[in-house]
Design a protein around this ligand. Structure first.
Ligand SMILES: [Fe+2]
Length: 234
């Protein structure tokens, strides 16, 4: 079964992730050392400062550059985006173009503030358009929701939930993360790696915690789900 990193900022010079090609090559190398087979490259997309067309062109160039510096043994890179939520996203033209690879999956970053009914309505609009949403690093939004009902309301929607490996590495956050995975409320893991130091590739460490706490079989099921989601692209 393939090991997939669903969230990364590995492409060079496109967002606050890898700053140049050398860093990207090294990040890819470390990913390979961690046993990762597939990396979904998810540079930030901000609608207020970018157009979809410009973003896609820039991403294609960055991906080409990285692929020119790697060989066949490197993890496969699938192009995606971490789409930052904005009001109106549910009706935004051509937003589907930001889906991962050839799939209808979109990695969505929710707003870092208290959520509202309107926000969840936008999500429903995206779902109604046939976009399958992966909510990025849910664990980072808890502290903005004084009323935890908002998290539950989101979990009630037919969305996939991605957590960062990081949250499995700190005892304070680990418990909640494990529970989410155990309850079937979290589905996918990503490194959200940005560089080589402060936010490095750490998927393997996160997976080790999942294996220890929930078991090997759980990891296999997670990998199976990942492979079925990216079927066409890996
Ligand atoms: Fe990210």
């Amino acid at each position: 079964m393939k090991v997939i990193d669903f969230h990364s900022h590995i492409l060079p010079n496109i967002d606050d992730g890898s700053k140049d090609i050398n860093m990207s090559v090294e990040m890819l190398k470390r990913s390979k050392q961690q046993g990762i087979d597939v990396i979904v490259a998810t540079p930030h997309f901000y609608a207020d400062s970018n157009t979809i067309e410009h973003f896609l062109n820039k991403r294609a160039r960055a991906l080409e550059q990285l692929e020119n510096h790697t060989d066949f043994s490197a993890p496969k890179i699938v192009d995606g985006a971490e789409v930052c939520f904005f009001t109106g996203i549910g009706q935004a033209d051509e937003i589907e173009k930001l889906c991962i690879g050839s799939s209808n999956l979109m990695l969505l970053e929710m707003p870092f503030r208290a959520w509202s009914t309107g926000d969840l309505r936008e999500i429903e609009r995206l779902l109604n358009r046939g976009i399958r949403l992966i909510i990025a690093h849910l664990e980072r939004f808890y502290r903005f929701q004084q009323d935890k009902e908002w998290i539950l309301n989101l979990l009630d929607l037919p969305v996939l939930i991605q957590l960062n490996a990081e949250c499995l590495l700190h005892w304070k956050e680990r418990r909640r993360a494990i529970k989410l995975f155990q309850n079937g409320q979290a589905h996918l893991l990503g490194s959200d790696c940005h560089n080589l130091t402060g936010r490095p590739q750490n998927l393997l460490e996160g997976r080790a915690v999942l294996e220890k706490k929930i078991g090997r079989q759980f990891l296999e099921q997670m990998d199976q789900l990942g492979a079925s989601l990216l079927r066409e692209d890996i």
